[in-house]
Design a protein around this ligand. Sequence first.
Ligand SMILES: Cc1cc2nc3c(=O)[nH]c(=O)nc-3n(C[C@H](O)[C@H](O)[C@H](O)COP(=O)(O)O)c2cc1C
Length: 325
Amino acid sequence: MSNISTRYLGLDLSSPVIVGSSNFTSKVESIAEAEAAGAGAVVLKSLFEEQIVSQAHSMSVRESYPEADDYLQYYTRTNSVDSYLELVAGARKRVKIPVIASINCFSPKGWTDFAVEIENAGASALEVNIFFMPVDRHQTGAASEAVYFNIVDNLKKKLKIPVSVKIGMRFSNLLNFVWQMYNHGASGVTLFNRFYEPDFDINNLSIVPASVLSNPVEQRYVLRWVGMISAQDTKMDISASTGVYTGEDAIKYLLAGATTVQVCSALYKRGFTVVTEINEALRKWMDVKDFRSIGDFRGRLNYRNVENPSLFERSQFMKHYSSYI
Ligand SMILES: Cc1cc2nc3c(=O)[nH]c(=O)nc-3n(C[C@H](O)[C@H](O)[C@H](O)COP(=O)(O)O)c2cc1C
């Protein structure tokens, strides 16, 4: 019988399938369901930097001008942060699988002390989901990237638990960016987050949100970068996120060199049974291929291990299109 356990961010996982940050990981009850379905770990729903900072602000206002405090506003803000700590502690108590906390952030200071509270509440690791829209034409790409590195530097100074970074896919040189993130101390990288995208409604002449859920075809974009980044000489774990719907999708990402895969949209469409099905399909495929452990095939098709690595490179598109009739 094949063994699908793996190590991710220094943690032992019974399966490489992680339930990604979403509403499925915002309650202890559903986290327990994820474990029962066979998830190897969960990444909690993100707490937003703004929530942490606004609590700190609200508390200082309250101390200075207690009579001016808007109690309701204070309560709502405090509650979101406190209840996040309760979620971490509650999940930690209820399930055996690693509980990875998540913070959505865009600045290196002002909130990182709170990460220590998350660690103290029992989080196994922290995934920081970093994003800011580069809308200032005077800010260089290097300056934008430095924000990511500063965040990792500050967290590494304060935390003992491993830190992974969840990023979007649009960087001028992803290989260099991820390699630098490794040098700054990140233990893992989650490729990739999927952000709000605007779409146009041509009947109402208005801007509307594009589909929140992914489409399995989006996996193609991710596969290339997992295959290229995993071939780099770093000890950084890759968690592949976007477009994991079936066992086949998960196997492709593992072949590309991911250590884990994260599921999210598939859960919204089909529920936790997806996790069980992916585990079963993975075991079955490993049995047929005679792979005993994930280490027997992980990265087998990455940039370093394939016979013709140029297939990962963009120049091949020219050949591809010119021979297409
Ligand atoms: C409804 C919804 C809520 C999400 N919330 C978060 C979140 O709080 N933090 C985060 O890092 N990613 C969040 N994501 C992104 C997912 O974790 C995941 O990275 C993305 O959807 C791509 O994976 P998928 O193709 O399996 O959906 C959310 C996605 C969805 C659809």
